[in-house]
Design a protein around this ligand. Structure first.
Ligand SMILES: [Zn+2]
Length: 449
């Protein structure tokens, strides 16, 4: 991709690639350089493997304001045009103290330190959490004007200077949302690909969950499978807080592409739909095993399948002992206990005369017993090796009207499509999102094919 092409892409999203702002009249004396990278461009950059996420994160999270010293006389001459405030931001490291942080933030202010040390309403500062952020603004002499500590996901400490000294308050965070565009190709595992693309684990888990009605991420993944995703990153005044929801995604598995677009109806119900308004959710999950970094890496390969249903009456999935087992659909627990070769076993009755059975469990989830109503994706127990099992695995059966079916091949009933009245609004937003995904997909993968 040429620079011109990247520029066109940036224009399309209404972004500047980067911006170097100099502090106007004071530029000869004090050069305040603010480098701001617009987030969606990251997606494009990382998609090309230009830089790792950690490097980009570092660039994006820090606003660098630097002063260059000049001879005293010239400095005095230009003093009138100095910027009046400096803003600094630091990520807390293990072992940091309040004094050390103030120094890193270029705060040189004994009164401010004393206030933070003794003020009751500012006491959250004495629980410094590594990875969380502190910010300070100072004047040119290092006198603190304001101080912020983002100590928890939804609350922060704010200290501001007033006429008599300082005042501290705990405030609620209302995050601002940015959309991040990323893409990846499966080489060894989903988490391998998301790590490579710099996608946070909670987003990787959401991707697996969204597509889990069509793809069993334990056994269906193929080398060369690929995905693009648009997800939220939550910020507080420019500081990264945490990842949010997946907005849209597509996943190409063994040559077949699935798409998912988030739609929120006027009542606030959220669901993922394909471009034509079909609900992504189906009444059964493809896999009864919770998908996680641990279970995905098991055995190092894509096929933890021990035996298929033709060899007996179910499917056996190898998984580490203790891996959570999910109910594959809503239903009622008909049996939970020990039964011969199955060991600890649960059988669930679903609508449409369908039953599912889960064997060899190490134990049951608390509160799950005969008569319990369970919902799709609810943990009902844990992988073990009870009964006739040579090693930890899940034995899973799927019956329709008492007749065994191959759970990997059976056509699963579909969930309700999007109500007709929302279709127009959905299609409009899906079309825009789809365009963005397609653009990212083409620029990422098109070149290498
Ligand atoms: Zn079995």
């Amino acid at each position: 991709m040429t620079f011109a092409e990247l520029k066109i892409l940036a224009q399309k999203y209404g972004l500047s690639l980067w911006q170097v702002a100099r502090s106007g009249p004071a530029k000869r004396a004090l050069t305040a350089v603010t480098v701001l990278f617009a987030l969606p461009v990251f997606g494009v950059l990382t998609a090309f493997g230009v830089s790792s996420d950690s490097q980009l994160d570092r660039i994006e999270r820090r606003e660098v304001i630097e002063s260059i010293s000049l001879p005293k006389a010239e400095e005095a001459m230009l003093a009138a045009t100095e910027p009046s405030q400096y803003r600094n931001s630091e990520r807390i490291q293990r072992g940091d103290t309040v004094a050390a942080l103030l120094q890193k933030l270029n705060v040189s202010d004994q009164a401010a330190f004393n206030f933070l040390r003794t003020e009751k309403s500012a006491r959250s500062i004495f629980q410094l959490r590594p990875g969380r952020t502190v910010q300070a603004t100072t004047d040119a002499n290092g006198a603190m004007q304001s101080f912020t500590y983002l100590h928890s996901p939804d609350q922060y400490l704010q200290v501001t200077r007033n006429e008599t000294g300082f005042v501290a308050k705990e405030l609620k965070i209302t995050p601002s949302v940015r959309h991040v565009y990323k893409s990846g190709t499966i080489r060894s595992s989903l988490y391998g690909a998301t790590d490579e693309a710099g996608i946070p684990d909670p987003v990787a888990t959401q991707i697996a969950r969204i597509f889990s009605t069509d793809i069993d991420f334990h056994i269906d993944l193929r080398k060369g499978d690929r995905f693009t995703v648009v997800y939220e990153m939550l910020y507080h005044e420019g500081e990264y807080l945490r990842p949010g929801r997946v907005i849209s995604a597509d996943f190409t598995n063994a040559g077949k592409t699935f798409q998912a677009f988030l739609f929120t109806d006027p009542d606030g119900n959220e669901s993922y739909y394909s471009a034509d308004g079909q609900n992504r959710a189906k009444s059964f999950l493809r896999s009864a095993l919770a998908f996680s970094r641990v279970s995905s890496g098991f055995g190092g390969r894509f096929h933890p399948l021990l035996k298929n249903w033709r060899q007996h009456t179910g499917v056996d999935f190898a998984a580490p002992r203790g891996t959570p087992i999910w109910a594959t659909a809503d239903g009622m627990v008909e049996f939970a206990g020990v039964k011969g070769g199955y060991g600890n076993m649960i059988e669930i009755r679903h609508s449409g005369g369908i039953t599912t059975l889960y064997g060899h469990m190490s134990g049951f989830a608390s509160g799950v017993r005969r008569g319990t109503r369970v919902s799709q994706g609810q943990t009902i127990g844990y992988v073990g090796a009870t009964g006739w099992a040579t090693g930890p695995h899940l034995h899973y059966e799927f019956k329709v009207s008492g007749i065994h079916q191959d759970p990997l091949r059976v056509a699963l009933p579909k969930a309700e499509p999007l109500p007709q009245k929302y279709l127009a609004a959905f299609q409009q937003s899906a079309a825009t999102q789809g365009e963005h995904l397609a653009l990212l997909r083409d620029t990422t993968f098109g070149r290498f094919e």
